[in-house]
Write a protein that binds this ligand. Structure first.
Ligand code: SF4
Length: 393
């Protein structure tokens, strides 16, 4: 039988129930335990609605079944290494995924909604030049249990009661990692987020954000029905390739074609394009004009006004970065150019920057299996040495 999460680290011979969505847990109960499907439903409710981790607390299961479960399975959430609360209500957790790796998860409350930013990998291999996560390199994909476990930890902490008292109303797969590079585990975890036996979130309240893995965008359109966000950050190929190496493989025209297909498949829904504003890099009038042209073309092809939504994100600096945040006037000026062209383009307010939880600042503990973290350190040292030479010249 297929075991979800087999492509990730297994530290325990017993199956972690967090690795199962409804369909795979039903199969586990029927095929491996010889039990009826509805028992799987009871267990899901205990875990995701009542935050139980001990089978002995699941009092509507018979004693024999509880003993059988104890022998074959565990309910193991990620370990909370620490959590920090920001003055603005944002909350961040550092969660241990194994003895050597940890990731970050952030909760952002805002006007009646509570959004959880969930990580999909330990680090990230895509190496976008403006991203804090990229400077840590990459270790591995998270299992389904490790993705949904982040939701469980936050929901439990918040006292979230699915279908009643919802403090967690939205999930964005926008934390550390490229979610489409960990396709099966992320899709399975998102199915638990949207399941009534899980967290009961509507499709439009679960958003997957990608740097632009084109074949997987098409796969996602077939496998799921969640909202799509795309990290665009530049309207021209030359600049985008410089900022995001993935653009060399899937240039803007190819990416936009995939976004059009995704939007057409989900008639009447929009795609969000994230645009991080970096001073003197992508915040000039020609960039605004290029962005408007791309978005207009998208609306025309999808045949829907405002099908393309743009989120402007002022760059959040992190130690060692060579990029800077534009000043407020430049941010407003860029936004005005989009507004004047008839586009709605909210500026995402920076939240949680006092605890380094703002967009693009997430950093866990990554046992880097690439050379990226070492290369980044060398670049920072070389820049610092250059600066010292300039200063002493
Ligand atoms: S921006 Fe996203 S895809 Fe790019 S390196 Fe950072 S985490 Fe990875």
């Amino acid at each position: 039988m297929e075991r979800p999460g087999d492509n990730t680290v297994q530290t325990e011979s017993r199956t972690n129930i967090f690795d199962f969505d409804r369909a795979s847990l039903e199969r586990f109960f029927e095929q491996e335990l010889g039990e009826k499907k509805f028992r799987a439903h009871q267990v899901m409710k205990w875990i995701h609605h009542r935050y139980a981790t001990d089978f002995n607390d699941m009092t509507d299961l018979g004693k024999a079944l509880r003993a059988k479960l104890e022998e074959r399975a565990v309910v193991r959430p990620p370990e909370v290494i620490y959590d920090k609360a920001s003055a603005d209500g944002t909350h961040k957790w550092l969660l241990g995924m194994d003895p050597r790796n940890a990731i970050e998860t952030v909760y952002i409350p805002d006007k009646g909604r509570g959004t959880l930013c969930v990580s999909s990998q330990v680090g990230c291999a895509l190496n976008c030049g403006f991203c804090s996560t990229a400077t840590q390199g990459f270790n591995r994909n998270l299992s389904t249990a490790e993705v949904i476990g982040q939701v469980w930890v936050a929901a439990k902490h918040l006292g979230n009661v699915p279908h009643q008292q919802r403090r967690l109303t939205n999930v964005v797969m926008m934390g550390m990692g490229e979610p489409l590079a960990n396709f099966d585990n992320v899709v399975r975890a998102m199915s638990i987020m949207r399941d009534d036996l899980g967290y009961g979130l509507a499709n439009k309240r679960v958003t997957l954000s990608t740097a632009g893995m084109v074949p997987q965008i098409d796969r996602l359109g077939e496998a799921s029905d969640v909202s799509l966000a795309v990290s665009l950050h530049a309207p021209f190929d030359e600049l985008r390739s410089e900022l995001m190496p993935i653009n060399r493989k899937y240039p803007i025209a190819v990416l936009m074609d995939a976004c059009v297909r995704y939007a057409l498949r989900r008639k009447g829904t929009s795609v969000t394009f994230e645009y991080t504003l970096m001073k003197g890099v992508n915040d000039q009038p020609e960039h605004a004009r290029g962005l408007v042209a791309l978005m207009r073309d998208f609306d025309r092809r999808v045949q829907m006004k405002d099908a393309a939504k743009v989120n402007l994100i002022p760059f959040n600096p992190f130690p060692g970065t060579r990029f800077e945040r534009p000043d407020e006037a430049a941010i407003r000026g860029f936004q005005k150019k989009l507004n004047d062209a008839g586009m709605i383009a909210p500026v995402r307010r920076t939240r949680g920057d006092d605890i380094d939880a703002a967009c693009g600042q997430l950093k866990g503990q990554v046992m880097d299996r690439t050379r990226r973290s070492a290369t980044f350190r060398k670049q920072v040292e070389a820049r610092a040495a250059g600066g010292q030479r300039d200063a002493s010249a």
